[in-house]
Design a protein. Structure first.
Lengths: 530, 184
C-alpha cells in the first residue's frame, strides 16, 4: 500500500506531541484548538469518559484522585523502587502493588497498569493525528529517554499496542532530536544533544557522517528533570508559609497540587521575565477559620541559587558521556537543546559555559523530538529505500550494561553499555547437578557489579534439553538487543544445536493475556472531546 | 529490489559464520581507526535493517538482521585496541576456524590482560604498591640508594613483577658507581 502513514509521537513525562511527514516536510500536528503540545495527563470523568491533554491538566486540582499525571515516571518500574515510593508520597491518585511487584494505578473502581495509562495518552495523540489528517493512523514511532532500561522500553511498546498502534520502533529522544536538526549531508561533525525533559535527563554524543547518525555514547539520569526544579520552588514556598502561618501545605494533597502548579508557573515566569509573582488565593484555611493566601516574589538570582546543584548534576552526566566517547567538551562541534526546561536562562548559560559554544536553538525544544520521530517513521515506511538508500541511518547504542546474575549476588557483564545495536552475544552455561533438566538465569541491566544495585529485567528458565551428568550439558544462551533497545533471550544445546524452550518466570511487564485484556479495556474507554 | 541483490544477501547471510571481522567490514587487517569507522558507516548504509524495514519478505529481513548484527559485532571488537590485538592474534593463529567470533572467553582474557598490566604498573599487593611509590619518588629526586632499597622491598612482596625489576635495573645502572672497598 503506497498510502501507508505513520506518525512520530514524543511521549513525554509532562507533555506529549505528535508529528507527521507530509510532502517530505515533518510538521507537528496541532489539535482542534491549535495546541501543539499536550499535557500527559489522564483524567477520568464522572460519565466514564477519559479526558487527556491540557484540559485534563486543570483537573489535577479539581478532580485530583481521578487524574493521573507523570505516569512516565512509573512506567516499567517495580513497586519497591524509590521512584514509586516517592510518587506515592506526592501523587493524589492511588498507586497500588500488582502481581510480580508491578505498579498499578487505581482510579475510581478501576485498576490500571501504568502502560494502560500511557496508552490513553497515545490514544489521544492518535486521535489528534486522525482528526487532522482525516484518516486512520495505525502505525507510529514512539520515543523514550535514551537512558530507559529494557523494562521501561518494553512497557512503552506495550502502551503503543494497547492504544491500537503498531509501534514501528522505539527510538531514543536525543537521537530523534539530532535527526530533526538534519545537519549537513557531507559534513562530518560531532554533536551533543542535551535533553532536559520534565522527568528525565539524557545526553547523547553523536558523530554525523555521510547519511549516518552514529551515537558514540549516551548517559542519563532518569530521576532528574524539570519537575525537580518545580519541587525546589515548592519546598521554598512551603517552608516560607510554614514559618509565617505555622501550617505545612505539604500535609494536604489538595494544597500540594496548588503549590505544585504555582511552582511550575513561577519557574516558567522567572525563566521568561527574570522575576515571578506568585499568588495563590485561598490556598488553605487556618484553624481559626481564616482563609490564607500564598503570596511570594521570586527573582532570577534566588531561583538560580535554588536549582544550581541540579544544573550541575547534568554536567556530571555530560562528563560521563564525553568520557565514554573519549572526547572532551572542546571536541564538540554543535550542541542541541531539547526539552522545555532548557529554555531557562540558567540552563542555557551553563551549557554555553560548559561547551564554550552557543547551543543551537533553531527548532522549538518542545517539538524537536516528535519531529525527529516522524522522520524516522516515514523512513521506516519507505519501500524505495531498499534500492535508493535512505537519507539518514540511525546507528544507536545500548545505554546500560546487560548482565547475568552469578553466585554470591554478583552480576557479570554480557553486553557493555554504548555497544551499537542491534547486537547479539552468547554465553555458555553448564549444568551443575546430575540429570539437571532446567537452567535458570537472571538478567540485569546496570553499571554495578552487585546484582541488587542493577535493574532486574527478568528470570528466564530453559528446559527441554538432553539429560546428562553435571557439567556435561552445555547450554548456549544468546542475548540479543534489537533496534528498539529491547532485550531478547534464547538458548540452544551447544552440542546438538537443539533449541531449548524458554519461559520467563519473572518479569515486570504484562503477559500476553494481560495485554489482550488491556487492549479490550482501552477500546471501551472513550476519549472526551472527540 | 533486483534478484541479484537478494541472492547476494542470502549468500552472505549463509556464509557469515565463515568470515572474519575484517572480511565482514571489507577491510584489510592493517586498517587504521579512521578506516574502520568509514567502513562501518559504509556497511551500515548498505545493510542497515531500517533500509529494508518496509519490505514484506520476512526471510530477507531476517537475513539482513543477521548480517547487520554481525557488522555491529565486528565494529565493537575492531574499534577497541585491546580486543582487536587479541582478535588479530587469534585469527592468524592455528585455531583460526574456531576463533572467527570474539566470544565471552576472549573478552574475559582481554580484561584479565588489562588488569594484569595495570597491576604490573602499580603493584598488586598493598605493600608492593607502597614501596614502589616510594621508589618512584626517590628516583624523581635522584636518591638512588633509597630507591634501590625500596624497590628491593617491593620485589620481596611481588618477586615476579616485571615492571619493578625493570625499574631496579634502571636504578642500578643510573646510580653512581661507588668504590666498594674505599673506607670513608
Amino acid at each position: 500500500m503506497s498510502d501507508d502513514i505513520a506518525v512520530g509521537i514524543d511521549l513525554g513525562t509532562s507533555y506529549s506531541a505528535v508529528a507527521v511527514v507530509q510532502d517530505g516536510a515533518p510538521q507537528v500536528i496541532p489539535n482542534e484548538w491549535g495546541e501543539r503540545t499536550h499535557a500527559s495527563v489522564v483524567s477520568f470523568l464522572d460519565d466514564g469518559t477519559v479526558l487527556v491533554g491540557n484540559n485534563a491538566k486543570k483537573n489535577i486540582i479539581t478532580n485530583a484522585e481521578n487524574t493521573v499525571y507523570s505516569a512516565k515516571r512509573l512506567i516499567g518500574r517495580f513497586y519497591f523502587s524509590d521512584e514509586v515510593k516517592k510518587a506515592q508520597a506526592v501523587m493524589p491518585y492511588q498507586i497500588l502493588e500488582g502481581p510480580n511487584n508491578a505498579v498499578r494505578v487505581q482510579v475510581r473502581d478501576k485498576v490500571f497498569a501504568v502502560p494502560e495509562i500511557s496508552a490513553l495518552v497515545l490514544k489521544e495523540m492518535k486521535a489528534i493525528a486522525e482528526t487532522h489528517l482525516g484518516r486512520e493512523v495505525k502505525q507510529a514511532v514512539v520515543t523514550c529517554p535514551a537512558y530507559f532500561n529494557d523494562n521501561q522500553r518494553q512497557a512503552t511498546k506495550d502502551a503503543g499496542r494497547i492504544a491500537g498502534l503498531g509501534v514501528l520502533r522505539i527510538i531514543n529522544e536525543p537521537t530523534a532530536a539530532a535527526l530533526a536538526y538534519g545537519f549537513g549531508k557531507d559534513i562530518r561533525q560531532k554533536i551533543c544533544v542535551y535533553d532536559l525533559g520534565g522527568g528525565t535527563f539524557d545526553v547523547s554524543i553523536l558523530e554525523i557522517g555521510k547519511d549516518v547518525f552514529e551515537v558514540l555514547s549516551t548517559a542519563g539520569d532518569t530521576y532528574l528533570g524539570g519537575d525537580d526544579f518545580d519541587d525546589r520552588i515548592m519546598a521554598w514556598l512551603a517552608d516560607d508559609f510554614l514559618k509565617r502561618h505555622g501550617l505545612d501545605l505539604r500535609q494536604n494533597k489538595y494544597c500540594l497540587q496548588m503549590l505544585k502548579e504555582a511552582g511550575e508557573r513561577a519557574k516558567i515566569e522567572v525563566g521568561r521575565d527574570g522575576t515571578a509573582q506568585i499568588l495563590v488565593s485561598g490556598i488553605c484555611q487556618s484553624p481559626e477559620g481564616q482563609v490564607l493566601d500564598l503570596k511570594q516574589k521570586l527573582d532570577a538570582d534566588q531561583f538560580n541559587r535554588m536549582v544550581m546543584d541540579l544544573v550541575q548534576r547534568t554536567f556530571k552526566v555530560c562528563d560521563e558521556a564525553l568520557q565514554s566517547a573519549r572526547m572532551t567538551a572542546g571536541d564538540i562541534d554543535a550542541v542541541i537543546l531539547v526539552g522545555g526546561p532548557t529554555r531557562l536562562p540558567i540552563v542555557r548559560q551553563s551549557v554555553r559555559h560548559y561547551f564554550q559554544k552557543d547551543p543551537m536553538v533553531g527548532i522549538d525544544p518542545d517539538e524537536v523530538v516528535a519531529l525527529g520521530a516522524s522522520i524516522q517513521a516515514s523512513a521506516l515506511l519507505n519501500r524505495d529505500a531498499a534500492v535508493a538508500g535512505q537519507a539518514s541511518y540511525l546507528l544507536d547504542v545500548t545505554p546500560l550494561t546487560l548482565r547475568v546474575g552469578t553466585v554470591g549476588g554478583y552480576a557479570e557483564p554480557i553486553i557493555d553499555k554504548n555497544t551499537p545495536i542491534p547486537i547479539e552475544k552468547s554465553k555458555t552455561f553448564t549444568t551443575s547437578r546430575d540429570g539437571q533438566d532446567r537452567v535458570k538465569i537472571r538478567v540485569y541491566q546496570g553499571e554495578s557489579k552487585r546484582a541488587e544495585q542493577c535493574e532486574l529485567l527478568g528470570e528466564f528458565e530453559f528446559g527441554g534439553f538432553r539429560l546428562g551428568y553435571r557439567g556435561e550439558v552445555q547450554i548456549q544462551v544468546t542475548f540479543e538487543i534489537d533496534s528498539n533497545g529491547i532485550v531478547n533471550v534464547s538458548a540452544a544445546d551447544l552440542e546438538t544445536g537443539q533449541k531449548t524452550s524458554t519461559t520467563i518466570s519473572l518479569s515486570s511487564g504484562l503477559s500476553e493475556t494481560d495485554l489482550q485484556a488491556a487492549i479490550d479495556k482501552n477500546a471501551e474507554l472513550a476519549l472526551a472531546g472527540h | 529490489m533486483d534478484d541479484k541483490f537478494l541472492t547476494e544477501v542470502q549468500a552472505l547471510a549463509g556464509a557469515i559464520d565463515r568470515l572474519d571481522y575484517f572480511a565482514i567490514l571489507k577491510l584489510p587487517q592493517t586498517a587504521g581507526v579512521a578506516e574502520i569507522k568509514a567502513a562501518y558507516h559504509r556497511e551500515s548504509r548498505a545493510y542497515h535493517p531500517d533500509r529494508f524495514a518496509a519490505l514484506p519478505d520476512p526471510l530477507l529481513r531476517e537475513a539482513i538482521g543477521r548480517i547487520y548484527r554481525r557488522i555491529n559485532e565486528a565494529y565493537t571488537v575492531l574499534r577497541d585496541d585491546a580486543k582487536r590485538r587479541k582478535y588479530v592474534a587469534d585469527i592468524t593463529g592455528p585455531d583460526r576456524a574456531a576463533k572467527l567470533r570474539f566470544t565471552e572467553v576472549d573478552e574475559a582474557q582481554v580484561k584479565e590482560e588489562q588488569k594484569r598490566k595495570v597491576e604490573q604498573q602499580f603493584g598488586q599487593t598493598p605493600n608492593g604498591r607502597k614501596f614502589y611509590a616510594a621508589a618512584l619518588a626517590d628516583i624523581q629526586a635522584q636518591r638512588w640508594e633509597s630507591a634501590e632499597r625500596s624497590l628491593r622491598m617491593a620485589l620481596m612482596y611481588e618477586p615476579a613483577n616485571a615492571k619493578f625489576k625493570e625499574q631496579l635495573a634502571f636504578v642500578e645502572k643510573s646510580k653512581p658507581k661507588a668504590d666498594a672497598f674505599k673506607i670513608r
